[in-house]
Design a protein around this ligand. Structure first.
Ligand SMILES: Nc1ncnc2c1ncn2[C@@H]1O[C@H](COP(=O)(O)OP(=O)(O)OP(=O)(O)O)[C@@H](O)[C@H]1O
Ligand SMILES: [Mg+2]
Length: 416
């Protein structure tokens, strides 16, 4: 029997910190544990208070540990935010072998060369996405090993972020008593893209929009690869705040009403559904119908979709699109899909992770991270990882790192 490998993902969102424990058994993923805690210390997707964030991480981790009966020591953590940028780069090396046959070390050197890029002092590289190799000018090569040539080149997309944001994220995770796995900071858009999009969708030009609580993250996939990312500082919290003002009630009541009765379209709302609201400054309750509530929610959701469309236009992809895929907690609301289809004037679908226990769009990034890690970071790890034991140390132990070329080739399979 093969040993089982555990992978723990951590998604630090504006409304919730979510921990997912995935068990990898013979290459298949089982989600065996989930932990979540209300987020404090995060505003619009960015860490604004380290101590509060640490506490939220700790409670989400404790929750997941209790569920599975293990101690988590190592995690993969998602990164997102408007500090993320993509840039294309190109690496060139001379083939080192005397017989000019390209080997793994040439590939490693050319990838290192592609990482050499002039960055402003406040930025750092978070990841590298392959596009293609070139051997003596011949383009479109996915696997140059064994080919004969003098000049080996690679074209890549480099993912960068601000040092401050990366530092804050790492600090919070470490202060929560956890270790970040090697290559363990993962761009959440890439992870969600892996969970949510088909190969054809990535090829033909698709916008993946994650509408969370404090932020909406847009990732555009085209030509098989991640082409653009952007974060808008708007999400479900705005809807809740509109309900607060519209119904003159407190935030916590407004959030509960939204989750229970919210509907994104007045046309889809049921006029026979009504609820009572405790108004601020009085002891009196007032009754509202679901269409009353939808009349507050619809314009805000329209605005969010309008902003998504404008951003896609600004990024230059509006005319090249195949469609939109929506995810994130805010798309759970009834009526969102039909409203999006009208507002985005394109084909739209909602992506939900297809695993027991996490069938909710707010888990897309966390589940995507487990899939991403299984495929690119730890896919050879199962043989090298200790078995899971009750209350044992180290879920997600350090596994053998895949060879750089294996990693690269898998990337190609997924994205090209
Ligand atoms: N059934 C529902 N109806 C309406 N809104 C919902 C529903 N379920 C979740 N939400 C909203 O989804 C949002 C949370 O989504 P999600 O968990 O994806 O955000 P997050 O990751 O915490 O935040 P962010 O990604 O913005 O940093 C909240 O605003 C919540 O009110
Ligand atoms: Mg989120």
């Amino acid at each position: 029997m093969s040993s089982n490998d555990l992978i723990v993902s951590l998604d630090i969102g504006t409304s919730k910190v979510r921990v997912i424990i995935g068990e990898i058994s013979n290459g298949a993923i089982n989600i065996i544990g989930v932990g979540s805690a209300d987020s404090d210390g995060i505003r619009k997707g960015a860490i604004v208070d380290i101590d509060q964030t640490v506490q939220s991480i700790r409670s989400a981790i404790d929750h997941a540990e209790r569920m599975v009966g293990i101690t988590i020591s190592e995690v993969y953590v998602g990164i997102a935010g408007n500090h993320i940028a993509l840039q294309s780069n190109h690496g060139v090396v001379a083939v080192s072998n005397e017989d000019r046959e390209i080997g793994e070390e040439d590939i490693e050197r050319v990838l290192q060369a592609a990482k050499v890029v002039a960055l402003p002092p406040e930025r750092e590289i978070i990841g590298l996405l392959p596009k293609q190799f070139l051997v003596d000018g011949l383009t479109g090569i996915q696997d140059p090993r064994g080919m004969i040539g003098v000049r080996l080149e690679v074209e890549c997309t480099i993912i960068t972020g601000t040092k401050a944001a990366v530092h804050n994220l790492m600090r919070c995770v470490e202060k929560a008593g956890l270790r970040i796995a090697p290559s363990g900071i993962i761009l959440m858009s890439l992870a969600s893209g892996m969970m949510a999009l088909t190969k054809d969708e990535k090829q033909m030009g698709t916008v993946l929009a994650d509408i969370g609580a404090g932020a909406t993250t847009i990732a555009i996939f085209e030509g098989g690869s991640l082409a653009a990312v952007s974060t808008l500082p708007i999400g479900g919290d705005y809807v809740t705040s509109d309900i607060c003002y519209g119904l003159k009630t407190q935030t916590e009541h407004a959030e509960k009403i939204k989750l229970k009765y919210g509907c994104a379209r007045v046309d889809d709302a049921a006029s026979d559904v009504s609820f009572k609201v405790m108004r601020v400054g009085t002891n009196a309750e007032k009754e509202f119908s679901q269409p009353d509530l939808a009349a507050i929610i619809e314009p805000r959701m329209q605005e969010i979709f309008h902003m998504i469309r404008q951003e896609v236009k600004r990024l230059g992809y509006l005319d090249k699109l195949n469609g939109y895929v929506l995810t994130g907690g805010s798309v759970t609301m009834p009526g969102v899909l039909s409203l999006a289809q009208i507002e985005l004037e394109s084909s739209v679908r909602i992506a939900v992770p297809d695993f027991i226990g996490v069938r909710d769009p707010s888990y897309s990034s966390g589940v995507g991270m487990i899939q991403y890690v299984t495929k690119f970071v730890r896919y050879r790890g199962s043989a090298a990882s200790p078995k899971r034991a009750a209350k044992s140390k180290a879920a997600a132990p350090a596994a053998a790192k895949p060879g750089v070329f294996e990693w690269f080739k898998n990337m190609f399979k997924e994205f090209i």
